[in-house]
Design a protein around this ligand. Structure first.
Ligand code: ADP
Length: 453
């Protein structure tokens, strides 16, 4: 048994036990009252019957007859005169009977009265019926019944109740035991599964738990476990990629630094090696900066501060920053953006998006080609396109280029200073603006990135 079963079981038990006790007491009292009432009325009816016979013929013969009738039963009949002296009694008159007969009220109705109903404490229950002959009271019929019989009856009733109570208690315990097991079993399985997940065992299997909330919970835990597994694998891959990315420039730096510091390395060569070291350090710091940006986005500690931006001048200022680099590659840039376009965005973060995309267009295009930046309002949404005439991306690589550290041509892009993180950052930033980004590309014709906000 586990804690939750005991808890639910005890609660069930207490609730049902309380209910059963209340209904048992109620039922018991009801039966008891009606039984006693039955005895009392039957005694009184019997007295009234005798009285009727006496009213029909008040003779010694009749009286003896009545006495004889009751002599063999556990009921005793006493006939008194109006002044209370005993005329006839079917059996010996005890002190207890005399005591009861003294309590007779002044006026007794014709249908009679119950004189004593305290079956618990008294030796007899008793009734009285007046005998009227010619409108005159000629006597009283007293009926007595020993309470022993009622007491036996009630104790029999109590015994039945006790047996019934014990049986239903036993039944209740069995039912509660099986029910709580049935109810708590899935919860226990779930709790065991989560324990295993927390130990790193992600391939937990949970049996079918039904279509209720517990079933849903089981499903959610399965999803959670597989998400956790994916996350863990991603993290491992990510760490492996980072160490790999760091190792290459570090190997260069270490190797060239080693050659540069040698005595026999001449001035010109040393300058060349130091140049390489400087370049590699630059790549390293760009990589670290990109990683830092990504980490910030991932952590959700970074906030997007949107403001209304007039798109045309905004793009013009960004383009101003990158034109010198494009000119160096003998490339042109065309901006197509009408003057009435405004957008709510974080100007600093979104500038990074546009700069990254234009810089990619620059890196992966030949001289004398064009980059087009275009913004249009299409049915209430702004579509921003950055289009180049570069070498394009092979179709099989397209779905993966937004992944971290994914590069189409590893050696070439490294040489161009790419970290493989640029597009991952772009995607995260666009999504944190509530937008989407997609790419279309044809090898040797060009690539188009389209952002919809
Ligand atoms: P990198 O820093 O290496 O450029 P990105 O994440 O920006 O990394 O891009 C991922 C890869 O997608 C690049 O290595 C490159 O192979 C490819 N790519 C991105 N933009 C273009 C483009 N405009 N034309 C051709 N290939 C591109």
């Amino acid at each position: 048994m586990n804690k939750i079963s005991i808890k639910i079981g005890v609660l069930f038990f207490l609730a049902i036990f309380l209910l059963e006790c209340i209904s048992m007491v109620f039922l018991h009292n009801n039966i008891l009252h009606s039984r006693v009432h039955e005895e009392l009325t039957s005694l009184q009816t019997r007295g009234n019957n005798h009285r009727e016979i006496l009213e029909a013929s008040f003779h010694d013969e009749t009286i003896r007859h009545i006495a004889m009738m009751e002599a063999r039963t556990d009921i005793q009949v006493i006939l008194t005169r109006p002044d209370g002296t005993i005329y006839m009694s079917s059996n010996r008159v005890t002190e207890d009977m005399k005591k009861i007969m003294k309590t007779v009220p002044k006026h007794v109705p014709h249908e009679g009265l119950i004189l004593e109903d305290d079956w618990k404490n008294e030796a007899y229950i008793a009734s009285i019926s007046p005998v009227l002959v010619d409108q005159k009271i000629t006597g009283y019929v007293y009926m007595f019944q020993n309470t022993q019989k009622i007491k036996e009856l009630i104790s029999g009733l109590n015994q039945h109740f006790l047996i019934a109570g014990l049986l239903s208690l036993l039944f209740m315990i069995i039912i509660i035991f099986t029910l709580t097991r049935y109810v708590t079993q899935p919860l226990i399985q779930i709790s065991e599964a989560t324990k295993r997940i927390s130990k790193g065992e992600f391939s937990v299997s949970l049996p079918k738990l039904g279509k209720d909330e517990i079933g849903d919970l089981g499903e959610s835990i399965k999803v959670l476990a597989s998400d956790l597994e994916i996350l863990k694998n991603e993290r491992n891959e990510f760490l492996a990629s980072i160490s790999h990315e760091l190792r290459t420039p570090l190997t260069y730096i270490k190797g060239y630094a080693d050659i540069a510091r040698r005595q026999e390395t001449k001035g010109e060569d040393r300058d060349k090696y130091l140049g390489i070291i400087f370049e590699e350090t630059g790549k390293l710091s760009k990589l670290v900066k990109d990683l830092f940006n990504l980490a910030k986005i991932d952590e959700n500690t970074f906030s997007i501060e949107k403001e209304k931006v007039h798109l045309r001048p905004y793009f013009q200022s960004i383009i101003g920053k990158i034109t010198p680099a494009l000119k160096e590659n003998q490339m042109d840039l065309v901006l197509e953006c009408s003057d009435d376009l405004y957008l709510f965005l974080d100007p600093i973060r979104f500038e990074q998006v546009i700069l990254n995309l234009i810089d990619n267009a620059r890196k992966y295009s030949e001289a004398n080609t064009k980059v087009r930046v275009e913004a249009r309002n299409i049915s209430g949404k702004v579509h921003i396109k950055i289009q180049d005439e570069g070498k394009g991306i092979p179709e099989e690589d397209l779905p993966r280029i937004f992944e971290r550290f994914y590069r189409v041509d590893k050696s070439r892009t490294r040489a161009l200073g790419g970290t493989g993180l640029g597009l991952a950052i772009v995607k995260q930033l666009v999504e944190s603006h509530g937008g989407t980004i997609k790419v279309t590309s044809h090898p040797n014709i060009g690539t188009t990135f389209e952002i919809i906000l």
